[in-house]
Design a protein around this ligand. Structure first.
Ligand code: F6R
Length: 366
């Protein structure tokens, strides 16, 4: 049942070339240059006119929402707010009938997310679901949606569900941007091509597993970890830290790299591992200076970099390469090494990776 892998989590990490492809199947056709999300087709005209999108979710699904915020705003130029479902539902939020709410949930059963949907629905908003479990409560409660098609996820720590969520949300953003005319036809075609290439590139990242295992071994001693990224890699940093906490029980925090100097930099010493997600994108130069700041204080740096980067490997202790892609698709590649890193650290610490203490796969109570 684990297909030869030691744990479901590892099997699910390695399934990602396929699960991401499944999340695009019948939707993206890069040869014909088309993208269609069947579940949303009745709403595309309305969505193209949207004044605001509110995204709700919890945990990893909330992180996927943060990635989507960057992608929607960048491509579709629609303002997006991302909310923890638990905070949203109790805050007397301002919701208008012309708002669109996207609820993200792997299980489709998360109590807070379900309640947030019901609240927004009662105010007249239109609700879309991005769920993995077909026929789940959230899928049934929403007006429309797009399933992630990642297949069943058994490991409690979400891996392939996260990348499938990002894949679906990115497709939504591209489709809406195209409909609105906020991206050129040329960029639209390019994004479809780049999306189609992602599964194969994820396969390439997975080839680094043995090297990541060696790095994990070196850091098994650590009691704390810091994850830093900017732009789209900021939510990736949050997700990397969450993954490590959940399954290895090592305290980890994710921050936008520029927030370092506003406090967390005080934590840096020669024992502190700092994971930088430092791929070649528009914030590359800024993150290079953030790495210098950490190295100047003797932090031990692991950097996720773009293949062929010649600068960062000379500055840091360890590098893991990911292939190049369009900036907005980077999280689909840069999140993978972090999944593997937490997996191997947890295994080396003898943790119950698939069933971490105190956690449930679906949180049906608030
Ligand atoms: C993290 C994790 C949780 C879930 C959260 C929401 O690995 O699995 O943080 O992401 O409980 O669950 P869903 O997506 O089922 O609503």
């Amino acid at each position: 049942e684990k297909g030869g892998y030691d744990h479901f989590m590892l099997k699910e990490i390695f399934e990602q070339p396929r699960s991401i492809a499944d999340s695009m199947r019948g939707r993206v056709n890069s040869e014909e240059g088309t993208l269609q999300l069947g579940g949303l087709s009745d709403y595309m005209d309305k969505l193209a006119e949207a004044k605001r999108i509110i995204i709700v979710g919890c945990g990893t699904s909330w992180h996927a929402g943060l990635v989507a915020e960057y992608v929607f705003e960048e491509l579709a130029r629609i303002p997006v707010e991302v909310e923890y479902a638990s905070e949203f539902r109790y805050r007397n939020p301002i919701i208008n009938p012309d708002d669109f709410v996207i609820a993200i949930s792997q299980s489709g059963e998360t109590a807070d997310t379900l309640a947030a949907i019901q609240l927004a629905k009662s105010k007249g908003a239109t609700i879309f679901g991005v769920c993995n479990v077909v026929g789940s409560s959230i899928a049934r409660e929403t007006h429309a949606g797009a399933y992630t098609h990642a297949g069943p996820e058994i490991g409690v720590a979400s891996t392939k569900a996260f990348t499938a969520q990002v894949t679906v949300l990115t497709q939504m953003a591209i489709a809406i941007a195209h409909k609105r005319g906020s991206i050129t036809e040329e960029l639209y075609q390019q994004l479809l091509l780049d999306l189609s290439a992602i599964p194969q590139k994820v396969g390439q990242v997975l080839k680094a597993a043995d090297r990541i295992k060696e790095i994990a071994y070196i850091f098994t001693y650590a009691r704390n970890f810091i994850y830093l990224g900017r732009g789209l890699n900021f939510p990736v940093a949050l997700e990397g830290a969450l993954k490590l906490k959940e399954i290895s029980y090592i305290h980890a925090e994710g921050y936008p790299a520029a927030e370092m100097k506003h406090g967390p930099i005080a934590l840096i010493d020669e024992d502190m591992p700092v994971v930088f997600i430092a791929t070649k994108d528009s914030s590359y130069e800024k993150i290079v200076s953030n790495i210098q700041e950490v190295k100047a204080r003797k932090g031990r740096v692991i950097a996720i970099v773009t293949e062929g980067d010649e600068l960062i490997p000379n500055m840091v202790d360890f590098v893991i390469e990911v292939p190049e892609t369009h900036d907005i698709l980077i999280p689909l590649l840069s999140s993978i090494p972090l999944q593997l890193l937490s997996y191997y650290v947890a295994v080396m610490r003898g943790r119950n990776v698939d069933q971490p203490r105190n956690l449930a796969k679906s949180v049906t109570v608030e």
